[in-house]
Design a binder for this molecule. Structure first.
Ligand SMILES: Cc1cc2nc3c(=O)[nH]c(=O)nc-3n(C[C@H](O)[C@H](O)[C@H](O)COP(=O)(O)OP(=O)(O)OC[C@H]3O[C@@H](n4cnc5c(N)ncnc54)[C@H](O)[C@@H]3O)c2cc1C
Length: 500
């Protein structure tokens, strides 16, 4: 089986080396944060190949795309899990592609891996969720379960920002670094553009941490090699959803200065949110109901994180670089005294960041847990032949970024499904598709035939003799994004099916 591997990110600026040394001078141990202990400092490890991000799709799927028992359908959007209301067993999935609705029957079981938001949404659309929420949407209740009742996030912040007074490199403006030399270096898997932006990090425990275990951190501090002002175009500011007022008032003034910043991230937030559907429309995004810093201690923890970053940056290794804390006040916090705890709490509120680490919408837990949606084998409570296998099952916010956790869940689930299958329980082979408007209505068509006729091709078969890099690029191109809408006829079929 393919796996995703972690490698140290090879490109490191002088700031990264200074951070690692300064953290050690401030009392932190240098450690491998993937080897057990966490409190300490380290260079970043990343799932990258020659400086390019490797995803679960490119690492796990691309190398096996030619397998005869694997059918990958891109630009297809699942709209509902079909569940027999009497037997309460999942029987298949409805999905939409090219404005048509298709029904796929599952021979053994259905596995949802649509992520923390979309798997929860699909369950609710399929009649599995909190009864009152389903009723408010007009969806018949098949199983009353707390889907979406839990939602945790890893909130964070941009900053503190530092100015580098000595000429250590020319990373002042992105535009000045887009040149032939850097592009050739990138193609060869080296140089500035292979950076993950975050180069090193430390895990700390703040005074407001909940866990009494001294080895469990509650805040992570990432060191980014530049600040947001490095990108003079709108890209980074837009991606981080910074308002013009915040960008112009805080980052723009240091555009021509070498700067870098920290990204403190709260690993163990107390604030808990919910996921709700806005409507029964399967193409509408669900509502992410998360009130950042509803629990005041979350704000405190990040302010402490900032203060610890400042303490580390005052150590000799950083002083050698001539770094200086950027003291311009963030718009909205001008009334507070700079570099006080209250000021940093305000800074966090204005420059709030998400790292997209949402978990727990389909929480895993024992049958006695009223918040649990799936059991320890990831089977949905009360529904047969249905599992959720994605980051949404993680019960509490992990002290880690979530991508590797999601890979771990996938690998573990694969083992469990094989075990269950070997023990005679349900498996997951999909063998039939039903086309909504072909063959006189809803005739069963074997998928081998159906897929080629309807979709042109399935990814593969194709010999994978190219370099891994080419493979990944090609795979990315093929897996496009879905722009969902349906023809009138197919919307009708979907509505019909939604009546259960
Ligand atoms: C911008 C961004 C940056 C991130 N950076 C990092 C990082 O640096 N490190 C880290 O550890 N984590 C990172 N994360 C978080 C990490 O990517 C997620 O936690 C992880 O991908 C979750 O894996 P998953 O398999 O549960 O869901 P996903 O990776 O979201 O996979 C779900 C898949 O299901 C598909 N899907 C959803 N709904 C449907 C539907 N109805 N029909 C068909 N297909 C559907 C989606 O297209 C997607 O391919 C980042 C997340 C984002 C958004």
């Amino acid at each position: 089986m393919s796996t995703v591997q972690l490698f140290p990110a090879l490109y490191r600026s002088k700031v990264a080396h200074a951070f690692v040394r300064s953290a050690q001078q401030a009392g932190y141990r240098y450690l491998d944060y993937n080897a057990g202990e966490l409190i300490g400092v380290s260079y970043l490890q990343a799932t990258t190949l020659r400086g390019t991000r490797v995803t679960s799709g490119t690492a796990y799927l691309a190398p096996i795309a030619t397998r005869k028992n694997l059918h990958i359908l891109t630009k297809a959007w699942a709209t509902k899990v079909l569940i027999d209301p009497v037997s309460k067993e999942a029987t298949g999935v409805l999905f939409s592609r090219n404005k048509k609705v298709f029904k796929v029957k599952a021979n053994r079981e259905v596995i949802l891996s649509a992520g923390a938001f979309e798997s929860a949404k699909l369950l609710i659309l399929s009649g599995v969720g909190p009864a009152n929420h389903l009723e408010s949407l007009g969806i018949p209740v098949i199983q009353n379960l707390p889907v979406g009742e839990q939602l945790y996030e890893h909130p964070g912040t941009f900053g503190p920002v530092y100015l580098v007074k000595k000429p250590i490199d020319n990373f002042i403006q992105l535009d000045d670094n887009i040149n032939l030399r850097n592009i050739i270096r990138y193609i060869n898997g080296r140089g500035l553009f292979t950076t993950n932006s975050v180069e090193s990090l430390m895990y700390i425990k703040t005074p407001v941490a909940e866990s009494p275990d001294p080895g469990v951190p509650d805040v992570e501090i990432m060191q980014a090699f530049t600040s947001i002002d490095f990108d003079s175009g709108p890209g980074t500011a837009t991606a981080f959803r910074l308002s013009n007022e915040t960008y112009d008032g805080y980052f723009r003034p240091i555009r021509n200065v070498r700067s870098f910043m920290y990204l403190p991230l709260l690993l163990k937030p107390r604030t808990k949110g919910k996921l709700r559907l806005k409507s029964r429309n399967p193409f509408q995004h669900p509502r992410f109901e998360y009130q950042y810093f509803e629990d005041d201690r979350d704000l405190d923890a990040l302010a402490y994180g900032i203060e610890e970053a400042i303490r580390v940056t005052s150590q000799p290794a950083f002083r050698e670089l001539g770094v200086e804390l950027y003291s311009r006040k963030v718009p909205g916090c001008e009334q507070l005294e700079f570099n006080t705890h209250e000021y940093w709490r305000c800074h966090v509120r204005v420059l709030t960041a998400t790292f997209h680490h949402q978990v727990a919408t389909c929480k895993m837990g024992p049958p006695t847990d009223p918040e649990a949606v799936v059991d320890a084998r990831l089977r949905v409570y009360g529904i047969g032949r249905l599992r959720v296998v994605d980051i949404g099952i993680v019960p509490d916010p992990p002290a880690a970024h979530t991508a590797a956790v999601a890979y771990g869940i996938g690998e573990k689930a694969a083992d469990m499904i094989r075990e269950d299958f070997a023990a005679g329980a349900t498996g997951s082979r999909i063998h039939k598709a039903i086309h909504s408007d072909g063959f006189g209505g809803r005739a069963d068509i074997p998928i081998e035939f159906e897929a080629q006729r309807m979709f042109g091709r399935i990814v593969g078969p194709r010999p994978f003799d190219e370099s891994a890099f080419v493979r990944i690029t090609r795979f990315r191109r093929e897996v496009g994004s879905f722009n969902g809408s349906l023809s009138e006829q197919d919307q009708g079929i979907l509505d019909e099916d939604n009546k259960v």
